[in-house]
Design a protein around this ligand. Structure first.
Ligand code: PMP
Length: 430
């Protein structure tokens, strides 16, 4: 049955649909951290739809509110609803300390890219500037502004001209840059400073800095402490807007509500999507300091400024994480996963770096000469798939094994999955 669905999809769906050929899976049912395919095979899901299903597949607590809301009404544009106001208040409760009690939320359409576009407009509108600083390795989405901020040229080469005033600075990555943490941070910050302040830096009129506090698609690149604060200082000194893209890293993924909470650094604006819609409902938002709330009514308009069912689901999902203390669980289980990976790394030089926070984890593989080894990661992914574990990849060379399991993954399931992952690593690198 899986084969039939995949073949039919190939025939009638867009050629842009992306999934690895060697991971043939058609979903029939998802529960918590497991999914069953159309042939009845069960998988442990360490991917969660790119970190969307933080509270698991078809979480019953969330779905109860979804059904209730859907029975009443589904769409209102921007008119006030309990669902909307309740989520705004919930987001305030969990906002980074410096945004708590003094933020505004602009909801977006279904995609994270939409929230990125809103943050770009917010930065330009409030500063009168037009230049943006983004980072090498960044991924921010597939719309024009978001593509401009994304650094991988293969995503954008056919779509130029994009936003012209975007300069990409280095993102601190001590492993790839073969340097120590402090040097990596200093180097990145010096470059950002030069772009913002030096007439030769390439940006005439900077409006803002857009950065992932941990790079997701780029390979779970986790910047050493001091980077985010350094960006905060540069933004303050130059009156430009600091935007954290928490679309992949936020809402409990790292074991804190937001990845920036790990360092206690607050942005001026923050984008959220993916897990925001609770159990996979399409919803995005940009949460920003009230000082930036200068738009007039309709200045940033759209039909779907918030999906009512997604809002209910989002609030419920945050409550669920609070009630079950899934932040602590994510931190503990993340340690366990990293420990298991470290054990595997003891047996081989090919697993060269393990990083991330909470359940946002990357394991970088290299070949015998130390070069990025995407083939090894493909082999690991395939081996895991054949034994019932879904795990994904990331990184510029596809050589980072990426773990983004639902935060509801139990210790027992994690153990079963990691036994298979560790076997896969031995198999692919032994
Ligand atoms: N920002 C980050 C950090 C992301 O990981 C993604 C999606 N992977 C996006 C933005 C874009 O979100 P979407 O695909 O929903 O447009």
């Amino acid at each position: 049955e899986t084969r039939r669905l995949l073949e039919k999809q190939r025939k009638i769906d867009s050629s842009a649909v992306a999934y690895p050929d060697d991971i043939p899976i058609a979903f029939e049912e998802g529960r918590g951290a497991t999914v069953r395919d159309a042939d009845g095979n069960t998988y442990i899901d360490l991917f969660a739809g790119i970190g969307v299903l933080n509270v698991g597949h078809s979480n019953p607590y969330v779905l109860e509110a979804v059904h209730e809301q859907a029975d009443k009404f589904v769409h209102t544009v921007d008119f006030p609803t309990e669902a909307r106001l309740e989520l705004i208040e919930k987001l305030d409760e969990i906002a980074p300390a410096g945004l708590r009690g003094n933020n505004r939320v602009v909801f977006g359409g279904p995609t994270g890219s939409d929230a990125i576009e809103a943050s770009i407009k917010l930065a330009k509108y409030n500063t009168g500037g037009d230049g943006l600083i983004a980072f090498r390795g960044a991924y921010h989405g597939a719309t024009t502004g978001a593509m401009s901020l994304t650094s991988n040229t293969s995503f954008k080469e056919h779509y130029t001209p994009l936003l012209s005033d975007v300069v990409h600075a280095p993102y601190p990555d001590p492993f790839r840059q073969e340097t120590n943490s402090q040097e990596a941070v200093d180097h990145a910050l010096e470059e950002v400073q030069a772009i913002v302040e030096d007439p030769y830096g390439g940006l005439a009129n900077p409006a803002g800095i857009v950065v992932e506090p941990i790079q997701g698609e780029g390979g779970i690149v986790t910047p050493p402490e001091g980077f985010l604060q350094g960006l905060r200082d540069i933004a303050d000194d130059n009156d430009i807007v600091l935007v954290f893209d928490e679309i992949q890293s936020g809402l409990g993924r790292t074991g804190e509500w937001w990845a920036c909470d790990w360092e206690g650094v607050t942005p001026d604006a923050m984008t959220s999507a993916k897990a925001l819609g609770g159990a996979g409902f399409p919803l995005s938002a940009t949460i920003y300091h009230e000082d930036l709330d200068t738009w007039g009514p309709g200045d940033h308009a759209g039909t779907y400024r918030g999906h009512v069912v997604g809002m209910r689901a989002g609030t419920r999902a945050i409550e669920y994480i609070q009630e079950r203390d899934l932040l602590a669980h994510a931190r503990e289980l993340g340690e366990y996963v990293r420990d298991r990976l470290r054990e595997a790394a003891d047996g081989t030089d090919r697993l060269a770096d393990i990083r991330g926070r909470g359940l946002f984890i990357g394991a970088e593989f290299v070949d015998e000469s130390g070069d990025p080894d995407g083939d090894a990661v493909d082999a690991i992914q395939q081996y895991c798939f054949e034994r019932g574990v879904l795990v994904w990849t990331a990184g510029r060379h596809g050589n980072v094994l990426r773990f983004l399991p639902p935060l509801v993954l139990t210790h027992e399931l994690a153990e079963t999955a990691l036994d298979i992952v560790v076997d896969a690593i031995e198999h692919a690198t032994g």
